[in-house]
Design a protein around this ligand. Sequence first.
Ligand code: RP5
Length: 167
Amino acid sequence: MSEHAATQPLVGLVMGSDSDWPVMELAAQALEEFGVPYEADVVSAHRMPTEMIAYGQGAADRGLRVIIAGAGGAAHLPGMLASVTVLPVIGVPVPLKHLDGMDSLLSIVQMPAGIPVATVSVAGARNAGLLAVRMLAAGEGELAARLRGELATFATDLRDQAHAKGA
Ligand code: RP5
């Protein structure tokens, strides 16, 4: 599943296990729609803590500009990465068999002041990808213009759906 684009990745898409990929690939798809280069890797906070810290510490110097981190259960990966990098970290709570993802959500969202993680909804990996695009587009003309185009299309689609329902 690890894929490294030919060009410099701007987004680090990491997860605690390859079992998280069915959720996290929605973030990858969103990045691909906007042509944003990314890398995808398993970096478990609990099973490979040394590598996880090294990943976070080296991310900015390697040219990454946003990290999307997904994990399930005792989901410490996004917060731990945020504690060792200046990059914005977007956390994706991955739902597991028990507790409907509430455990993942609460593990990620309730960060102490000073260590920010932007948490999306349970299994909200598509929004994580789109939020990363927005972060990259801030101050970036071409990407911002494309994003405005997508938003206009989205709004038109919603209006069409409302009309079709007779609203
Ligand atoms: C978490 O444990 C991972 O992020 C994953 O959501 C969960 C289960 O991992 P596996 O046992 O499927 O590898 O750390």
